[in-house]
Ligand binder design. Structure first.
Ligand code: FAD
Length: 425
């Protein structure tokens, strides 16, 4: 079930004949994002999927919300869904869209995978393609703890105006070793303009700081074009060399460690934008500094949707994605991974003592973030397996409505996944 088709004027099933339709891509349940991106790209369009090209387009990603590098411009994957084809636990094949089974349509756009039915096909809005994509990488290193705190303070004041907008995505790591490590994407800016955005943060830093940032802009048309990467930066991609695989497909080399990774822990928390308000910056600075003494904090700016365009936020409001994300400046992700490691294979076992120590450090860092964000939450697809109060944390104010829809479409509770809606019964 890997067919992917592009339609210049898709009309949802049941729409009036007068409806002009919108550009869209329909993907069967087995299609991966790279296949969907290629179909959209061949038609000069972009579909909002995930950063990692090997993740499935119709499954847990999109049903849990789903964020890619450009989500501050285009929103969640769920927000772009026009229609699902679903098989219910009773064996019925249904269409869920804005015209029919609207409650199921809402629930599938953010209420979590493996819960409401088996999605066999998804149709996604195909957006206007940006002209360019850029990557800004590098580090800012402070000479000591006090200077690092000053850097965080400057960053907290700088972030809302400079970076919390549709141009920027990906991540800034606030590191234990008193440095910021950036891997950021930017849309429709040339290299000088992209670097200029960061000048207010980096210019005038006192002696002892080391700033090493570089930007490179690419045509967006090259983004999913393997030949383009082979020519310009072959080390940036890994080609699918699996037996029976597709050598025309690829994933980012940066994701390679995930292929053989043993995850010690994976935790996260949304960082509300109001914490960056002038009255709150001192408190946020202290929180980020204190938490960073225990573990690296990765601020993924595309996984918080404050700063997104109004039309995107309006579309998001129609989904069941936890509304806390619309007030979030970023998500903070804290992880520890050993790679390559293969449990059960002598000589390649993960180091469990090291893993437990890393997990304890991350617990300590997250405890500080949790205390600072009471009533907060996080993104279910990239969260702690042991997340406390997960109904509130993942689904927030939507939980009761999601549970009622779950009971309507899956009355025997056949579909039950860890921390899915209704899994506690
Ligand atoms: C390498 C990697 C990179 C990632 N990058 C990102 C990223 O950039 N952005 C982001 O938002 N998330 C990212 N994630 C997290 C990702 O969103 C989740 O792992 C997600 O659950 C993957 O869904 P899946 O269907 O591919 O996986 P699975 O593990 O197969 O499924 C996850 C859940 O969805 C259910 N499910 C799967 N298919 C269906 C279906 N057709 N119908 C109904 N239920 C279904 C399953 O039962 C399961 O409960 C990444 C994950 C990995 C492993």
């Amino acid at each position: 079930m890997r067919a992917v088709t592009y339609n210049e004027a898709f009309r949802i099933t049941g729409a009036a004949n007068t409806d002009p339709g919108v550009p869209a891509v329909t993907a069967e349940a087995g299609a991966r994002w790279i296949e969907v991106y290629l179909a959209a790209s061949a038609n000069n369009r972009y579909v909002q999927g995930g950063g990692c090209t090997s993740v499935g387009a119709a499954g847990g990603f999109i049903q849990g919300g789903g964020y890619g590098s450009f989500s501050k411009r285009f929103g969640t994957g769920a927000g772009s869904v026009l229609e699902f084809e679903v098989v219910t636990s009773g064996g019925q094949m249904l269409i869920a869209n804005a015209a029919q089974n609207t409650d199921l349509f809402w629930a599938l756009r953010g209420g979590g995978g493996g819960t409401f039915g088996v999605v066999t096909k998804v149709t996604l809005r195909a957006h206007e393609r940006p002209n360019t994509i850029g990557i800004l990488r590098g580090t800012i290193t402070a000479p000591d703890d006090d200077s690092f705190k000053t850097l965080i303070e400057r960053f907290v004041a700088f972030y809302p105006q400079a970076v919390n907008n549709p141009s920027w995505g990906e991540q800034i790591a606030i590191r234990k070793d008193n440095s910021f490590e950036m891997f950021l994407t930017y849309l429709d800016l040339d290299e000088a303009a992209a670097l200029a955005v960061w000048a207010p943060l980096t210019d005038g830093l006192p002696e002892g700081f080391v700033v090493d940032l570089a930007a490179k802009t690419h045509p967006f048309a090259g983004m999913w074009d393997l030949d383009y990467w082979k020519e310009t930066d072959p080390g940036f991609v890994s080609i699918d060399q699996s037996p029976g695989g597709r050598p025309d497909l690829f994933w980012w080399a940066l994701n390679q460690g995930e292929v053989t990774g043993f995850i010690d822990t994976y935790q996260s928390r949304w960082l509300p934008i109001d914490h960056f308000a002038p009255d709150n910056t001192d408190a946020l600075t202290q929180v980020l500094f204190d938490a960073s003494r225990h573990a690296h904090l990765r601020l993924q700016i595309n996984k918080g949707l404050s700063g997104a365009p109004d039309d995107v936020l309006a579309r998001e409001q129609e989904t069941s994605v936890n509304p806390l994300v619309r007030e979030a400046a970023a998500i903070v992700i804290l992880t520890s991974r050993q790679a390559p490691r293969f449990p059960g294979v002598p000589g390649h076992e993960p180091d469990l003592a090291k893993g437990r120590k890393a997990a304890a450090d991350i617990d300590a860092a997250l405890a500080i973030l949790r205390t600072a964000t009471p009533g907060g939450g996080t993104y279910m697809n990239e969260a702690d397996y042991f997340e406390p109060d997960w109904q509130q944390s993942f689904y927030g104010v939507h939980y009761d409505r999601l549970l009622a829809i779950k009971r309507r479409y899956d009355p025997t509770n056949l579909f039950k996944v860890h921390h899915g809606v209704g899994s506690e019964f």
